[in-house]
Design a protein around this ligand. Structure first.
Ligand code: SF4
Length: 699
C-alpha cells in the first residue's frame, strides 16, 4: 500500500508517511521525498494520528438529532433543498465550504451549485484567509497566480516577512528560512509586525509598526527606489503598465522616510535600514500572510507589495518575488475549481460572459448561474435577513471563525435548513444542524490538495472510515442525483473528478489564464494513485510542472503586461475611542489549528497554551490594574471575551492580542470572533479580523 499522504493543516503542505496497523494510523513521520518538507514535520503534523478516534467522530447521519440511514438523510437533504428552490428560487440556497476540503470535493460542490442548482452563493472559509491576495494577484498579474517556489528561499539575499508569524503558522517553511540563514549568514531577514513574535528571533531587523500601516511602508519603498535610481526601467517599460500613476500616488502618502516613520510609529533609523537593504538587494522575497490579508484594505496592501517587485523586475527569477503564505492546506486548490462566490472554475470568473458560457458548455449545465454570489460575510447576512433559506456547511465552524460570531450564530438559529457535513461528533456549528452528515477526515479522504507554492499533492485514503462516515464528494453527488442530475454526477472515484477538472482547465482557451493542468486530463487511476507532488501549470510543454511563473515577463492581462496599482493607504475601518480604547489583534498559536475541533483533542498539543489568553503590554496592565494571570474581560458593542491576562513587552502599548482558536465547546467565553466587526475589504470581501477594538476590565 502507498502510505504517503499530505498534512491537512497549514498551507506549507508537508508530505507525511503514515504507519497503519489494524485499520488505525499509529504513527506518522515526514516524507523525505516531498519537496515541501524533505522529511520534517512540525508539532501539529507529528500529532496527526492523535487527533481523531472513533470515540470523537460523528458516526451516523442525523435528521433533527435522530440517527437515520444515509438514504433517509440524503432524501431529506434533496427534498428540502428542492422545496426551497421551487418556492423561493435557486438563490435561496447556499454552500459554505472550507480550505480543508480536497479539490475533488470542492469541484463537485461548485459544479452542483453554480451549474445545476443555479446559485452562485458558494463561498468558503478561504475568504477569511487569503482572498485579498487572490484579488491582488488578479489585479496585478491578470490571474490568481503566485509566482514563487519554496526553493527561492535558498537563493534569497533578503527576506521580508510582513504580517506573518511563520515560525508558528508555517513552521516547516520557517525552518527552511532558518537553515538558509545558517548557510548564508549574509542573508538578511526583516520582520514587519506590530507584535514581536517567535518569527522575530530570526530577524536582523524588526519594525513593530502601527497596526494597519503596512501599505505606507511599501509605498515608501517605491518612492525611494525611484529617488535613488534603483528602478528597473527596462523591465517597467517592457512588461508593465501604470507605473507613473502608482509612483505619483505613493509620493503623496509616503513622501520621505521621516514622515512615514512618524505615521507608522517606527524609528527613522530602522526604516532607513529597510529602505537601504530593499533598494540594494536584487534577490528579495517578500512573504505576507494574514496580517496583510485580514484588513479592510488588504487588497491594496498586497498590491503595494507587488508594485515594489514589479518596479525592480524582482519576480520570475530565483530568490525573488511577492510570496503569499496561504493559511490552509487547500486554499489554493479551492481557488482552482472556483470555490469562491465570485469565481467559476479553472480560474474563470463571472466578469466574462464568454467564461460563463464556456463553463456552461463544458458542464452541459442546465441552470448556469450568471452573476457572482455572496461572499462569506454577505452570505451569512443574507441568511440573517431570511433571503437565504438553506445552507450546506462543510468542514468548517463559522459560528466561531466568522466575524461578529454572535450574529452568525443567531442567523443560523433562525435559518430554515442548516445542513452540516462534519467529521467530529461535536462542534459549535454542528450543534445547530438540522441535518448532520458524517464525513471522512484525514487518513480516510482521498484526493488532491495544492499548497502555497502551487504544488498539487495527494491526500490518500489509508484506512477505512469509521461508522457510517462517507466522503464529501460522494455525499454531494448523491444529493445531485436525487435532484435529477444523475449523469453529470455519476463519478465512481476521485480520479474521475480530477480528470474532469484538469480537462476544464484546458477547455477552449488552454493556457490563457495561467492555471492549466490540462496535461493531466487523461491521467489513469494508477498514475493518480502514485502521483508525485507537482507544481502547476502542468501542460504538454511543461509536463513536469512549472517552478516559477512570469520568467518570460508575460502576464495574463489583456495587454500581457503586469499592472501597477495606485495605492492610497487607509486606516483600519474601526478606530479606538473612549469606550473601546484598545486596538485588538487576533491570530493563531503554534500547536492549534483553526477552532481546535481536531487539535484540541490531542493532549500534547494542548500543553503549549492550554487555555485562551489576553496579551497586553505592562503599561496597559498597570493602567487597568491587572496582574499577570488575572482573569479579565474584553468587551465592545458586539460581545465579550474572558481569559487570563499575559503581560508582555512583545505587545505595543495600547494593543492586545488574543488567539482565534477557542470556541464554546472548548472554553465557553473566549470566542475571538465575537469581538470582531464585519468590516470587509471592498475588493476581496475579506474581513478585517486583525483590526478590532475593545475595552478591558478586571473580572
Ligand atoms: Fe502540517 Fe504545516 Fe506543520 Fe507542515 S508545517 S507539518 S503542513 S502544520
Amino acid at each position: 500500500m502507498n502510505d504517503t499522504t499530505t498534512c491537512p493543516y497549514c498551507g506549507v503542505g508537508c508530505g507525511v508517511k503514515a504507519q497503519v496497523q489494524d485499520q488505525s494510523i499509529i504513527a506518522v513521520s515526514g516524507d523525505r521525498e516531498h519537496p515541501a518538507n524533505a522529511g520534517r514535520l512540525c508539532v501539529k503534523g507529528s500529532a496527526l494520528h492523535e487527533t481523531t478516534s472513533a470515540s470523537n467522530r460523528l458516526l451516523s447521519p442525523r435528521v433533527a438529532g435522530v440517527e437515520v440511514s444515509w438514504d433517509t438523510a440524503l432524501d431529506n437533504v434533496a427534498e428540502r433543498l428542492q422545496a426551497i428552490i421551487d418556492r423561493d428560487g435557486p438563490g435561496a440556497v447556499a454552500m459554505y465550504l472550507s480550505g480543508q476540503l480536497l479539490t475533488e470535493d470542492y469541484y463537485v460542490a461548485n459544479k452542483l451549485m453554480k451549474g445545476f442548482i443555479g446559485s452562485s452563493h458558494v463561498d468558503t472559509n478561504s475568504r477569511l484567509c487569503m482572498s485579498s491576495t487572490v484579488a491582488g494577484y488578479k489585479r496585478a498579474f491578470g490571474g490568481d497566480l503566485m509566482p514563487c517556489s519554496y526553493d527561492d528561499i535558498d537563493h534569497a539575499e533578503l527576506m521580508i516577512l510582513v504580517g506573518s508569524n511563520a515560525a508558528w503558522n508555517h513552521p516547516i517553511l520557517y525552518q527552511r528560512m532558518v537553515a538558509a540563514k545558517r548557510a548564508n549568514p549574509a542573508l538578511r531577514v526583516v520582520v514587519l509586525d506590530p507584535r514581536r513574535t517567535a518569527t522575530s528571533d530570526l530577524a536582523d531587523l524588526q519594525l513593530s509598526l502601527k497596526p494597519g500601516s503596512d501599505a505606507q511602508i511599501f509605498n515608501l519603498l517605491l518612492v525611494e527606489l525611484a529617488r535613488r535610481g534603483q528602478l528597473n526601467e527596462a523591465y517597467i517599460s517592457a512588461h508593465t503598465e501604470g507605473f507613473e500613476a502608482a509612483l505619483s500616488a505613493a509620493q503623496e502618502s509616503a513622501p520621505d522616510i521621516a514622515s512615514v516613520a512618524l505615521d507608522c510609529d517606527v524609528s527613522e533609523q530602522d526604516l532607513s535600514s529597510l529602505v537601504d537593504w530593499f533598494c540594494n538587494t536584487e534577490k528579495t522575497l517578500t512573504f505576507f500572510s494574514q496580517g496583510i490579508n485580514q484588513s479592510s484594505s488588504g487588497t491594496d496592501k498586497v498590491n503595494a507589495i507587488i508594485n515594489c517587485h514589479l518596479a525592480t523586475g524582482r519576480l520570475g527569477k530565483p530568490g525573488m518575488g511577492p510570496f503569499s503564505l496561504t493559511g490552509q492546506p487547500n486554499a489554493m486548490g479551492g481557488r482552482e475549481v472556483g470555490g469562491l462566490a465570485n469565481q467559476l472554475a479553472a480560474h474563470m470568473d463571472f466578469s466574462s460572459a464568454a467564461s460563463i458560457e464556456r463553463v456552461e458548455r463544458f458542464w452541459q449545465a442546465p441552470n448556469m448561474a450568471r452573476a457572482e454570489g455572496y461572499k462569506a460575510v454577505d452570505l451569512f447576512d443574507a441568511i440573517e435577513r431570511g433571503e437565504i433559506k438553506a445552507v450546506w456547511i462543510m468542514a468548517t465552524n463559522p459560528v466561531v471563525s466568522l466575524p461578529d460570531a454572535n450574529r452568525v450564530r443567531k442567523a443560523l438559529e433562525r435559518c430554515e435548513l442548516v445542513i452540516v457535513s462534519e467529521c467530529m461528533s461535536r462542534t459549535d456549528t454542528l450543534d445547530l444542524a438540522h441535518i448532520a452528515l458524517p464525513a471522512t477526515t484525514w487518513g480516510e479522504k482521498n484526493g488532491t490538495v495544492t499548497n502555497s507554492e502551487r504544488r498539487i499533492s495527494r491526500q490518500r485514503g489509508l484506512i477505512s472510515a469509521p461508522g457510517e462516515a462517507r466522503h464529501d464528494w460522494w455525499a454531494i453527488c448523491e444529493v445531485a442525483k436525487r435532484l435529477g442530475y444523475t449523469q453529470a454526477f455519476d463519478y465512481r472515484a476521485p480520479v474521475e473528478i480530477f480528470r474532469e477538472h484538469a480537462a476544464l482547465s484546458g477547455f477552449e482557451n488552454a493556457g490563457s489564464r495561467g492555471f492549466d493542468i490540462s496535461a493531466m486530463s487523461t491521467i489513469g487511476a494508477q498514475e493518480y494513485d502514485h502521483l508525485k507532488p507537482i507544481q502547476w501549470p502542468i501542460t504538454a510543454d511543461a509536463p513536469q510542472g512549472t517552478e516559477r511563473l512570469f520568467s518570460d515577463g508575460r502576464f495574463f492581462t489583456p495587454s500581457q503586461r503586469a499592472r501597477f496599482l495606485t495605492i492610497t493607504p487607509r486606516q483600519p475601518a474601526q478606530q479606538t475611542d473612549a469606550d473601546y480604547p484598545l486596538r485588538l489583534n487576533t491570530g493563531r498559536i503554534r500547536d492549534q489549528w483553526h477552532t481546535m475541533t481536531r487539535t484540541g483533542r490531542a493532549a500534547r498539543l494542548l500543553q503549549h497554551r492550554p487555555e485562551p489568553f489576553i496579551e497586553i503590554h505592562p503599561q496597559d496592565a498597570e493602567r487597568f490594574q491587572l496582574k499577570d494571570g488575572a482573569l479579565a474581560e474584553l468587551f465592545n458593542d458586539l460581545g465579550h471575551y474572558r481569559a487570563p491576562v499575559v503581560i508582555t513587552t512583545h505587545q505595543r502599548p495600547g494593543e492586545l492580542f488574543i488567539p482565534m482558536h477557542w470556541s464554546r465547546q472548548f472554553s465557553g467565553d473566549a470566542i475571538s470572533g465575537s469581538l470582531i466587526a464585519s468590516e470587509t475589504d471592498p475588493v476581496s470581501g475579506q474581513p478585517e479580523s486583525k483590526q478590532g477594538r475593545a475595552g478591558l476590565r478586571a473580572v
